[in-house]
Design a protein around this ligand. Structure first.
Ligand code: SF4
Length: 887
């Protein structure tokens, strides 16, 4: 009988940092998951991604062995090669000729060691993180205002607030459990005002009292206007401003340019009365929370946007008190932890700065290093430019996929293709970046790793190992330790456990952190001597955790003591700046990129779970109906999108939620899943001058119909490889793979091509059906094996193809009925067979047609009634906005 054990761990996806209770069957390598009811960040809730974690632990997609130039190797030989090559490159070209590019997916312990090795011992600060792409503007904003990178509030404030403003945040899809908590707070307290500020009408608007669809990049003018309004309407807390802040008059003077409502309305593309209502509400409500995310951060004025929000909270004295304050939501599970260990190339560990010689000396002494970096290194965009220019000759990329996620991603790809030595650590065998690696290092994945992560509210939680390591995979901290030792740094990299590293990380946070040397905000000194057992048992806790606050600290800065030289918070005088590259005649549309509900980052793990692939199966471009009409693009057709940097092809989705002149394309698809679907290739490599965060939310593009000679799809029980069609999208389903296809050249012999694709295995008793209409350019085929559906193929000159839902549902059947077999090539279910339609609820696999039929049949009025009848929307709640739209 299999042994089961229950282990509390943390979800590896977004910055909400939900606690997960895993029931583990080690013998069968199987898992069931549910939310940890005692974790204060989610109290038992999980979203669709967290709920599907058990489906992502399969081993077939894993990198299980070290590889050198495409050949399996062993750890000893591989580590020697990595260490020798980095050492030789440094000897020949200096420490700045090497670099690390790391990730918010790393655990604190991994992240700490990567930073220690590069900055402390190699002697370069050429280590940057993919967190640069998602939250460095928030870091810059907090540091300018508070003197330190501090998120002052916590999730509990959702329930205590009178008003919550979501700015550039589609929390309903990107931080679903936080959004559900806000929804629940509003249901309990209908007076709680919700304002959504976002160019798109997103799912988060479902609970909004007011939606301000501002033009991309105009946030500073909107919040400058608010500062003015607060001043003119007795909304400012003059005593607070006087006692605890500096620079108010300068900020107000700068904001005077944006004092007039009509001017702001014209600049931001908003209705005057809506702006006024927002300003009135902000002024009237005492407890206002501003939650902001990538729509603020991913901008060439991202730092200014963050400070324009913080300015308003300083003006009202609403910082760090219950139910109020500026709160940046972190994208990744451990983006916050990366900030703590100094993962950004301009930071040192434990919230110390490379710009401060005393901090440099302090960290060097603590680490026992005589070779510490003394100047900032390359930030993400600069780093790949430096690789392209040959300045960086050896790079080690850990747990991230920059060939997909970086702006101007084709240039990043080209840079890595010509780089002399590329090392990539990852847990999966294939990514667009791994495909370019000279050395591949198999890292443990979630469910094997053991360490800590820090979420958006400064809460440190344990991510615990559920299974032993797959194949030869190792912990990232172990790999770093071994390379460091081989580079001659044995003394400083003696670790044998993640607990030992966490202890040192905590001890550094305490080191010379006092009134004599200067008090730093990041302080987890309570863990400086933590033993293995206590580390294993560590409960979620918010830093600071020290002698004064042994149980952690919910909120910071409420006492008005800040970490600036004067001890006072700083207002920042801000002049709005439009995005760096504006639309032109050649590129008239504005591309906005972002996440979708059921996928995470570059899909390496979420795409393993069939149910997460059904909601949005293909790369898509959302367009306003008027724009679609002027471009003569039909819904569900294909469009080619070009910018000055790159091109891609995506499926057209026409929606009123998109403003005219703007389009939205998700960030997730890679060449592993879509041959022409990398949106990063289009994104302009413009960065914010302070945070160096790229402007992912605004790239001028042009759009035209993509007109292939044919379109089609294949559903196959087996995974297939294609060479011919230009457009291929792979979607994993329940016991099948779906391939959406489009080709630029017609086939001489469709039947031959179909058989070449689908009939390569010879097992069983295959039956073959086919149908061709040459005049229509239409071809259909189906292959059955022992009465079970093996594959179907549909091709049409135009995109008049059947829906896929009924056909995909046949793959779970052990045998097809006579009626089903007869109906196969029509693509339509036999009369009387229900078609579920497009999947809306991923948790319970409930389709749109099932929901609409039930709504009609039972005259349902609310999403709660739908949940009672079909369970749809009753688990993670992420699909509730879509269910409400169907009602
Ligand atoms: Fe994971 Fe979803 Fe929670 Fe984010 S909201 S941590 S993705 S379960």
């Amino acid at each position: 009988m299999s042994a089961h054990k229950t282990i509390q761990t943390t979800c590896p996806y977004c910055g909400v940092g939900c606690g997960v209770e895993a029931i583990v069957d080690t013998e069968k390598h199987a898992l069931t998951v549910q939310g940890n009811k005692n974790h204060p960040s989610n109290f038992g809730r999980l979203c669709s991604k967290g709920s599907a974690l058990a489906e992502t632990i399969e081993l077939s997609s894993r990198l299980l062995q070290p590889q050198i130039y495409g050949q399996d190797s062993n750890w000893s030989e591989t580590l020697d090669l990595v260490a020798d090559t980095f050492s030789r490159t440094i000897k020949e070209h200096g420490p700045d000729s090497v670099a690390f590019y790391v990730s918010g997916q790393l655990l604190n312990e991994d992240y700490y060691l990567a930073n220690k090795l590069m900055k402390g011992f190699i002697g370069s600060a050429n280590i940057d993180t993919n967190s640069r792409l998602c939250m460095s503007s928030s870091v810059a904003g907090y540091k300018r205002a508070f003197g330190a990178d501090i998120v002052p509030g916590c999730y509990e404030d959702y329930e205590l607030a009178d008003m919550i403003v979501l700015i550039g945040s589609n929390a309903a899809w990107c931080h679903p459990v936080s959004f559900q908590r806000i929804r629940a707070a509003k249901e309990k307290n209908p007076n709680l005002k919700i304002v959504v500020i976002d160019p798109r009408r997103t799912a988060s608007c479902d609970i909004a009292d007011l939606h301000l669809p501002l033009k991309v990049g105009t946030d500073v003018a909107l919040f400058n206007g608010l500062l003015n309004y607060l001043d003119k309407n007795s909304g400012c807390d003059k005593d607070y401003i006087e006692a605890y802040t500096e620079g108010f008059d300068h900020a107000l003077k700068a904001a005077a340019h944006d004092a007039d409502l009509a001017t702001i309305a014209a600049y931001c593309g908003l209705a005057e009365q809506d702006i006024k209502l927002f300003y009135q509400w902000f002024t009237e409500h005492k407890k206002v929370m501003s939650l902001y995310c990538q729509g603020v951060n991913q901008s060439s004025s991202g730092s200014d946007k963050a400070n324009s929000i913080i300015n308003c909270h300083l003006a009202t004295g609403s910082v760090g008190k219950p139910g109020m304050g500026p709160f940046s939501l972190t994208g990744q599970p451990n983006a916050m932890g990366g900030r703590e260990v100094g993962g950004l190339s301009n930071q040192l560990a434990a919230h110390m700065e490379l710009s401060n010689p005393e901090d440099i000396a302090r960290v060097a002494t603590f680490w026992g290093s005589d070779n510490i970096a003394t100047k900032p290194g390359y930030t993400a965009v600069d780093l790949f430019d430096a690789i392209d220019e040959g300045k960086v000759k050896a790079v080690w990329i850990m747990a991230t996929n920059p060939v997909v996620s970086m702006p101007n991603a084709d240039k990043v790809k080209a840079a890595l293709q010509k780089c002399e030595f590329v090392v990539v650590s990852d847990c999966v065998a294939r990514t667009d970046t791994l495909d370019l690696a000279h050395v591949k290092l198999p890292a443990m994945g979630w469910s094997e790793k053991d360490g800590t992560v820090t979420n958006s509210e400064r809460r440190i939680s344990r991510q615990r190992a559920l299974f032993s390591a797959a194949g030869e995979s190792k912990a990232d901290w172990w790999i770093l330790t071994q390379v460091a030792r081989r580079m001659g740094f044995e003394q400083a990299f003696h670790y044998t456990s993640s607990a030992e590293i966490f202890r040192e990380h905590a001890a550094l946070s305490a080191y010379e952190n006092n009134t004599k040397h200067g008090v730093r905000d990041f302080d987890i000194s309570a863990f400086s001597e933590i033993n293995q057992q206590d580390y294993d048992d560590l409960q979620p806790v918010q830093w600071p955790v020290n002698a004064a606050n042994p149980k952690g600290t919910k909120r910071l800065l409420a006492d008005g003591q800040f970490f600036t030289p004067s001890g006072k918070a700083q207002f920042i005088a801000l002049i709005p700046r439009l995005p760096a590259n504006l639309p032109s005649k050649a590129y008239p549309f504005v591309l906005n990129t972002g996440r979708i509900r059921d996928q995470w980052h570059t899909m390496t793990r979420t795409a393993l779970a069939a149910k997460l692939n059904q909601h949005k199966a293909e790369p898509f471009i959302e367009l306003n109906p008027d724009d679609a009409q002027s471009l003569q693009l039909a819904n569900n057709s294909l469009a080619e999108i070009n910018s000055a940097w790159g091109a891609m092809v995506a499926r057209v989705a026409i929606t009123e939620s998109q403003q005219g002149g703007g389009v939205f394309i998700p960030m997730h698809w890679t060449e592993q899943f879509a041959s022409l679907g990398r949106v990063g290739a289009l994104v302009n490599p413009v960065v914010d001058p302070l945070s160096m965060q790229p402007e992912f939310k605004h790239t001028p593009v042009k759009i035209q119909a993509y007109q292939p000679a044919w379109q089609g799809f294949i559903l196959s029980r087996r995974e297939l490889q294609f060479e011919q069609p230009a457009y291929v999208v792979k979607v994993k389903g329940e016991q099948f793979y779906r391939y959406e296809l489009a080709g630029n050249e017609s086939f001489d012999d469709y039947s031959l091509w179909a058989k070449n694709q689908l009939c390569t295995d010879t097992a069983g008793m295959p039956q073959w059906q086919e149908y061709q209409d040459v005049s229509q350019g239409s071809y259909r085929a189906a292959r059955l094996l022992d009465n079970q559906l093996d594959s179907v193929l549909f091709i049409a000159a135009q995109n008049n193809l059947p829906e896929r839902n009924w056909l995909t549902s046949l793959f779970i059947k052990s045998e097809l009925s006579k009626e089903e077999r007869s109906a196969l090539l029509t693509g339509q279910p036999p009369l009387g067979t229900p078609d579920v339609g497009q999947i809306v609820c991923s948790c319970f696999n409930v389709g749109e047609k099932t929901i609409t039929n039930m709504i009609k049949e039972k005259a349902l009025k609310t999403h709660q009634e739908v949940a009672q009848c079909l369970k749809a929307g009753s688990n993670c709640g992420s699909c509730v906005p879509e269910i409400k739209a169907l009602l």
